[in-house]
Design a protein around this ligand. Structure first.
Ligand SMILES: Cc1cc2nc3c(=O)[nH]c(=O)nc-3n(C[C@H](O)[C@H](O)[C@H](O)COP(=O)(O)OP(=O)(O)OC[C@H]3O[C@@H](n4cnc5c(N)ncnc54)[C@H](O)[C@@H]3O)c2cc1C
Ligand code: FES
Length: 257
């Protein structure tokens, strides 16, 4: 898929909770086709210490209005700088990168997101609904302060929530949710995004079920285009670059999962 470097204008910024920012960006050129699960390498403006672009998932796309959104957790200098952007500021993106999610043949689909890893799930739910799927969506987080845009997810599927402190939805880790407790787990396809520990726990939970599990990995990246090999993951067929061959993988392909 062809990659582009475009300038985007910040048209809306929202700081939900204490450590997240949601940016709505208008593209200076017509948007290229973008698949759910793909990401952008973002040039952090006016921050000489942040030399490398930062990989951030495409959170949602509005092709009619030529806009995309990003959902970012503030963890360091680069993401902090993104949280300081103002409306009308310009942001330079190299995108769309990676392979994204393949669409399923089954309609019993569960989307699972944890923490800020939830970012690609909104666009996935949106894209699935455009293909007449109505997935169930489970979002887990430490507490209610870290769960946002529930109304957006509800547009595209049935939303279930769980928090570690029980402040929203059920109480516990994602894999403790009652969706996973049933003896007859009904989903044929699970798409999961979040911290690697959570992804492994979800995969472990579903071993022995007739369910395909796809995970979106967030290995540390530098170039984002397959040149530096900093992002490789061990698979059953050898080392593969997460940035070009992922970030979405069927867990059957991941060595040691
Ligand atoms: C394909 C992909 C998609 C991503 N999508 C999103 C997204 O939509 N929203 C979002 O908020 N974040 C996303 N990330 C993670 C994001 O890229 C990092 O949080 C960001 O690069 C940190 O930059 P920084 O300068 O703020 O922090 P840094 O100063 O670079 O690092 C601060 C801390 O964050 C840790 N860190 C840096 N990168 C990662 C990473 N990839 N995974 C885990 N910990 C990391 C560092 O080890 C360090 O402890 C994604 C990562 C990848 C690889
Ligand atoms: S980030 Fe450079 S090869 Fe993947």
């Amino acid at each position: 898929m062809k990659k582009f470097i475009h300038d985007f204008k910040v048209i809306k910024k929202w700081l939900p909770g204490s450590n997240h920012v949601i940016l709505h960006l208008l593209c200076s050129e017509p948007l290229p086709p973008i698949k759910a699960g793909q990401f952008a390498e973002i040039l952090i403006p006016d921050e000489p210490e942040v030399f490398l672009r930062r990989p951030i998932s495409i959170h949602d796309v509005d092709t009619k209005n030529n806009t995309i959104s990003l959902f970012v957790k503030i963890v360091g200098k680069g993401t902090y700088k993104l949280s300081e952007l103002r409306v009308d500021d310009t942001l330079n993106l190299l995108y769309p990168l990676g392979q994204g999610f393949e669409f399923p043949e089954h309609d019993k689909i569960l989307l699972v997101g944890g923490g800020c890893g939830v970012a690609p799930l909104l666009f996935l739910a949106h894209s699935l609904s455009q293909h007449n799927y109505h997935p169930d969506i489970l979002i887990g987080s430490r507490n209610a302060d870290e769960i946002h845009e529930t109304g957006e997810y509800e547009k595209y599927g049935n939303l279930y929530l769980i928090t570690e402190d029980g402040s929203l939805g059920e109480k516990g880790l994602v894999t403790h949710h009652s969706i996973f407790k049933t003896d007859e787990f009904k989903y044929k396809i699970v798409y999961a995004c979040g911290p690697e520990g959570m992804l492994k726990a979800v995969n472990q939970k579903l071993k022995g079920f007739d369910t395909e599990v796809f995970v979106s990995l967030e290995n540390t990246m530098a170039c984002g285009i397959g040149a530096c090999l900093s992002c490789v993951v061990k698979t059953t067929t050898g080392n593969r670059c997460v940035c070009t061959e992922g970030p979405v993988f069927n867990t059957k392909e991941l060595a040691g999962w």
